[in-house]
Ligand binder design. Structure first.
Ligand code: NAP
Length: 477
């Protein structure tokens, strides 16, 4: 599969004439090639977006909402193809690609279409004047996305961005370009006006050319914290609108009064969904001392029962890690855990389903015995690797949960809902679930605090981020 950039309504070879291999995470084999776009490609894409801006931003919001619906319909027709390509490209189980990635990609367009259709100007009356607050497009947006939830996150940005009248240039991760290409095919098929959505493939350099360009007005970035810092460094001096959705080291807090069976299921899912490669994953499990032994017995059994194997197999629960380099990073944390005084309770080894030699395989790994200050307990690993810690009081659980530079999410497991809410309100993060995890309502704000990011997207927060409010005050006495 030889992918092309999508600029001004046309699939184009990169002017750089450079290409990268796209590798399958589960086999290590080459599955295609991706343009390594250079400066002129990025400039052409930005110019196309700039040219399309006046007409697109001038269109009535309900007209733009209709386009979002057309895209959603066309994506829905390609539901199985999305799931197949996402599983092939990321190594995630196809069942997950269906239930999460394909489903959400469609619903992101439908959800924002409805929000934009329902949007109204705000009116504030004074005795002698009327204020009208209108949301207008920001301009040209750069939308930069990571490899873990490729189309899920790209559609989460494209839908509100163009719905609010911006035109955009997308830059997906070089590791997972396939569904971004599919979205461009959909956009082409429905006949969206050319230049409204453009896409350049490439690596971090292509991304930094976008964020540093004076012709880009807005940057929505999802990725790692250290990359986020570089994006901020390049975009902030030009006062671009900037949203940064970054890493996490989220705690799952298990109280002794939880429903143990449901909690073990929920905590296992939170730890290992997508091989632990979700920014929201509960990678630190804090367990109240009085139920620690019973919890561990059930948790380890639950982890060891997970089916690892061919991502295309319907029964597979755990697939491959994204790349060799990432596998090595995660394995490095297993060695570090031992150096830091931890014990491996299960996993820790590379595991290779025989038929898939060459892929990036690792068994789900549970580490105990580590201090809560250690690197393994506080740094984002972003793989099938969790640490488990004991606590004795509500206060101690909160202290451990907050003892990291990240502040994205968390979950609390207790039958005492008042305690659940009380503890949740003391966790320094953007989102906390009680007796559930990754239970998403698209109307609520999504994002983190501290090193997990700046700003929020989701619902009216996305509409706010992808627009500029204009206040018109008309005196009438
Ligand atoms: P990453 O290495 O930071 O890359 C993210 C995107 O930025 C990719 O498209 C990447 O391109 C591009 N990029 C790299 N360097 C750049 C630069 N200097 N300027 C502009 N763009 C640049 O992250 P990742 O490894 O793909 O994803 C994993 C990380 O994302 C984890 O830390 C995870 O927690 C985080 N994440 C956060 C959320 C959230 O909502 N908070 C959601 C999902 C993931 P290339 O990949 O082609 O280099």
């Amino acid at each position: 599969m030889k992918l092309l950039n999508y600029i001004k309504g046309k699939f184009e070879e990169p002017e750089s004439a450079e290409w990268m291999d796209n590798l399958s995470p589960s086999t290590g084999k080459v599955i295609g090639s991706v343009p390594l776009s250079g400066e002129s490609d990025v400039k052409l894409a930005i110019a196309a977006a700039r040219e399309a801006l006046p007409e697109w931003s001038g269109m009535d919001p309900s007209g733009r909402a209709e386009w979002l619906d057309r895209i959603a319909d066309c994506l829905e027709e390609k539901f199985e193809e999305i799931a197949y390509l996402e599983s092939l490209d990321t190594g995630k189980p196809i069942s997950l690609a269906r239930s999460v990635d394909a489903t959400r990609s469609v619903s992101n367009f439908r959800f924002f279409s409805k929000m934009i259709r329902d949007m109204e100007d705000e009116i504030y009356e004074m005795e002698d004047a009327t204020n009208i607050v209108k949301l207008r497009a920001v301009g040209v947006g750069a939308l930069i996305t990571p490899w873990n939830l490729p189309l899920y996150l790209l559609s989460w940005k494209v839908a509100p961005a163009i719905g609010m009248g911006n035109t955009v240039v997308c830059k997906p991760s070089e590791l997972t370009p396939l569904t971004a290409d599919l979205l461009m095919r959909v956009i082409d098929e429905v006949g969206l006006p050319s230049g409204v959505v453009n896409l350049v493939h490439g690596n971090g350099n292509s991304g930094s050319m976008l964020t540093g360009s004076p012709d880009v007005d807005l940057v929505s970035f999802t990725g790692g914290t250290s990359t986020g810092a570089k994006v901020a460094q390049s975009a902030s001096p030009q006062f671009k609108k900037l949203s940064l959705e970054l890493g996490g080291k989220n705690a799952s807090i298990v109280f002794s009064d939880c429903d143990l069976e449901e909690t073990v299921k929920g905590v296992t899912r939170a730890a290992f969904l997508n091989q632990g490669q979700v920014c929201l994953c509960g990678s630190r499990i804090l367990v109240e001392d009085s139920i620690y032994d019973r919890f561990m017995e059930m948790f380890v059994e639950s982890v060891e029962s997970m089916v690892i194997g061919d991502p295309m197999d319907d029964d597979t629960e755990l697939g491959a890690l994204i790349s060799k380099q990432h596998l090595q990073k995660v394995q490095g944390y297993v060695s570090l855990a031992l150096e830091e005084g931890g014990q491996i309770v299960t996993g820790g080894e590379p595991c290779l389903p025989k038929e898939l030699e060459g892929g990036n395989w690792m068994s789900p790994t549970v580490i105990t015995g580590l201090g809560t200050e250690t690197r393994c307990s506080t740094e984002e690993v972003f793989g099938p690797f969790v640490t488990v810690h004991r606590f004795n009081s509500e206060h101690e659980a909160i202290e451990i949960a907050n003892n990291t530079r990240y502040g994205l999410a968390g979950s609390i497991w207790t039958m005492d809902l008042e305690k659940g809410r009380r503890v949740a309100e003391n966790i320094h993060s953007g989102m906390v679930w009680v007796n559930t995890w990754l239970h998403r309502d698209l109307r609520v704000p999504f994002g983190g605090v501290k090193d997990s990011g700046v700003g929020r997207e989701g619902g009216k927060w996305s509409l706010g981020f992808f627009s500029e409010p204009l206040n018109v005050c008309v005196r009438h006495d």
